[in-house]
Ligand binder design. Structure first.
Ligand code: MN
Length: 224
């Protein structure tokens, strides 16, 4: 499982070097936007998908781009221009991606665990932007759920939920997590973006309710 890449192409290249070509990868959504090399990142991940090496789950950023590309009203032009991916790719290229983006699955189901971008609603359906209500209410009925979406200082396990987004595009790390072994592999995110977003990752410790049991899986390799 790989957390939000957000256009951090160089970091993704470094991370992929760690894995053998036989490794099955699942990108947990938000491959696009924010970072400096969005098209290169999309092409790299899509190549892995085409080779059968990776699953690219849909994140709220991919969903927003789909919605804006499909919208047929005056406001959509302004909305599109506010999207990094659209600005970097341009109109023609962005529209070429629409079919592929619409085909991205919302959830990946494995034996004993599932993955989706942000979490599940009360009916067990993927919700690409959900936060607190999922963290507080999820009772483990669908097994362990691996999510990204909310950056954390480290990969963290909260009862039945594992959060793997470590804010690569905010100057944090790009993390990969293996649900079978509980291992984490990390490389540095894009530190050039830290200033732009001025996010202090330590402040994120307060995002998740403190009463939830927290533990960090062991980090196997951290070439940062
Ligand atoms: Mn997200």
């Amino acid at each position: 499982m790989i957390g939000d890449v957000h256009g951090c192409y160089e970091s993704l290249l470094q991370l992929l070097e760690v894995f053998p070509s036989s490794a099955q990868l699942v990108f947990c959504g938000d491959v696009i936007n924010r970072g400096p090399a969005i098209e290169a990142t999309m092409l790299l991940v899509w190549e892995l998908v085409c080779k059968g090496r990776a699953i690219w789950l849909r994140g709220n950023h991919e969903q927003h781009l789909i919605n804006c590309l499909e919208a047929d009203h005056q406001d959509c032009r302004a909305a599109l221009l506010s999207i990094d991916t659209y600005r970097q790719l341009g109109d023609e290229l962005a529209r070429e991606w629409l079919g592929r983006l619409k085909g991205l699955p919302l959830v990946y189901k494995a034996n004993g665990w599932i993955a989706t971008h942000a979490g599940l609603d009360l009916n067990g359906n993927p919700d690409l932007s959900i936060r607190n209500s999922f963290w507080e209410d999820y009772d483990g009925r669908y097994g362990r759920v691996v999510v990204a979406h909310t950056p954390r200082p480290q990969v963290e396990r909260h009862r039945h939920i594992v959060m793997i987004d470590t804010g690569a595009c905010y100057g944090g790390a790009l993390s990969a997590y293996c649900p079978e072994s509980d291992a984490v592999v990390q490389v540095c995110g894009d530190h050039r973006l830290k200033k732009r977003w001025s996010a202090d990752l330590n402040k994120l410790k307060e995002v998740v309710p403190r009463e939830m049991t927290t533990s960090s899986p062991s980090v196997l390799a951290k070439p940062c």
